[in-house]
Design a protein around this ligand. Structure first.
Ligand SMILES: *Cc1c(COP(=O)(O)O)cnc(C)c1O
Length: 461
């Protein structure tokens, strides 16, 4: 089959995630056929540097024989068995042990799921169950953040703060509230980053008092917001949030689905920020995306209550701890460890990317270039000095993304924020290429937009 054949069948039968079906049908989808290392290849023979590690998940890069072999061996040994009804199997046991060894010391249990969304569904059930068992059944509210992302099941979507998602298929799960996000470039520039970080933490306390200081079960947040736009909070943010949670005895859920497994140069993003979360949902990089698997790492405080006082927990998935997925995840963790990938991100690749990425800040349409570990963002603006955005109708971010793709780089757009999160096995010379390709796309984006008839937003007042 040729590209057009795939596109025709895709258009006829395949509804893609987070996609305007009609628009994609008219345009035709890109057909990715194979991949190796940090590159994907499409059906037209293009080789493209994958600046997004698939969807933030292919941490070890493509084409790892060891992961293929781990899957093959496990498929032959035991392709499936469940972990309901008093059974277990070696891959799930070994993966559970490994994860708890890598996690902070107070975390010693894991509940497996098939995805990050299922992990967050599990979180919601666990925190409410925990407080009910503690004799505090009124503590049921969960606070999340605007523009946070926690998945696309009904609970995941409700915990997340993506307004367009809430606008479709609601109502959301009751008992979930949201506070402002610590997005300094987008919402905080009237203050210093430090003052803004504290203001965002103060918004948490205000919300707790509004809901009732005895009524809040948990706060859920990504250490660094991923899908929202690779948003690193000001340094003042997390310490202030931790203090508020401690004051009202509220559980902290750190959604590690993106930040986990080395993205920020530590095994978990929580370790970078010194968080001590009660629960950590995980997925994506857990298996480097080779097979679907997620879970919730459960801290001692919650686990002991669920174990000692809980009786049966009426929750689980057919594929919880799936043996083949678990075997691949285990091998993935072994390789990340044996190859020193996480340390290399912290000590070498993260600082190197930071330096090279920052060089894009001088570009005429870049208002900010920020990065942490192997995650980075560029804010596109029409005017560097005022920080004014392009007119929304121009779709600057999507244009830049499309130009990147055409020029051999996957860089994602979130509105007019461009983001990257490459495989953690990227080399310095690949980072040079990535930055070079990004600059070329920025030049071309600027060239096209600066000639557009309405190049900036009209003043509203
Ligand atoms: C991707 C993501 C999820 C959802 O994971 P799925 O495997 O797509 O269900 C949850 N939380 C965060 C932070 C994510 O980035």
């Amino acid at each position: 089959m040729q590209t057009q054949d795939y596109q025709a069948l895709d258009r006829a039968h395949h509804l893609h995630p987070f996609t305007d079906f009609k628009a994609l049908g008219e345009e035709g989808s890109r057909v990715v056929t194979h991949a190796e290392g940090v590159y994907i290849h499409d059906s037209e023979g293009n080789r493209i540097l994958d600046g997004m590690a698939g969807l933030w998940c292919v941490n070890l890069g493509y084409g790892r024989r060891e992961l293929v072999e781990a899957a093959t061996a496990q498929l032959e040994q035991l392709p499936y068995y469940n972990s309901f009804f008093k059974t277990t199997h070696p891959p799930a046991v070994r993966l559970a042990e490994r994860l708890c060894h890598l996690a902070p010391a107070h975390i010693n249990h894991v509940f497996f799921t098939g995805s990050g969304s299922e992990a967050n569904d599990t979180v919601l059930r666990m925190v409410r169950r925990y407080w009910a068992l503690k004799g505090r059944p009124d503590k049921q509210w969960v606070i999340g953040r605007e523009n946070g992302y926690h998945g696309s099941t009904v609970a995941g979507m409700s915990l997340g703060g993506m307004a367009p998602m809430h606008g479709q298929g609601g109502p959301c799960v009751p008992g979930i509230a949201h506070i402002r996000q610590p997005y300094w470039f987008g919402e905080g520039q009237a203050m210093s980053p430090e003052a803004f970080g504290r203001a965002c933490a103060a918004a948490l306390e205000d919300k707790i008092l509004e809901l009732g200081e005895d009524k809040v079960a948990a706060f859920i947040a990504e250490p660094v917001q991923g899908a929202g736009g690779a948003i690193m909070p000001p340094e003042s943010y997390w310490p202030a949030v931790k203090a508020v949670l401690a004051k009202y005895d509220i559980l902290l859920v750190a959604d590690e689905v993106i930040c986990g497994f080395g993205r920020l140069g530590e095994w978990f993003g929580s370790q970078h920020y010194g968080l001590e979360p009660d629960l950590m949902p995980i997925a994506k990089g857990l298996s480097s995306g080779y097979l679907p698997i997620g879970g919730v790492l459960v801290g001692d405080r919650v686990a002991e209550t669920l174990v000692e006082e809980g009786g049966e927990f009426f929750h689980g998935f057919t594929y919880s701890g799936h043996p083949v997925c678990a075997a691949v995840a285990l091998r993935n963790l072994e390789l990340l460890e044996a190859e020193g990938v996480v340390d290399r991100v912290r000590e070498d690749l993260g600082p190197y990317l930071a330096e090279r990425w920052a060089s894009l800040a001088d570009h005429p349409i870049v208002g900010e270039a920020r990065s942490l570990g192997l995650m980075g963002a560029l804010e596109l603006v029409v005017d560097k000095t005022s920080g004014q955005r392009f007119d929304k109708s121009l779709g600057a971010g999507n244009l830049c993304r499309d130009l990147c793709f055409e020029n051999g780089l996957v860089m994602r757009s979130v509105g007019d924020t461009m983001i990257i999160a490459p495989p953690l096995v990227i080399r310095r010379e690949d980072i040079d290429e990535l930055v070079e390709l990004a600059r070329r796309a920025l030049d071309e984006t600027a060239r096209r937009l600066m000639h557009a008839p309405h190049r900036q937003e009209e003043p509203t007042a």
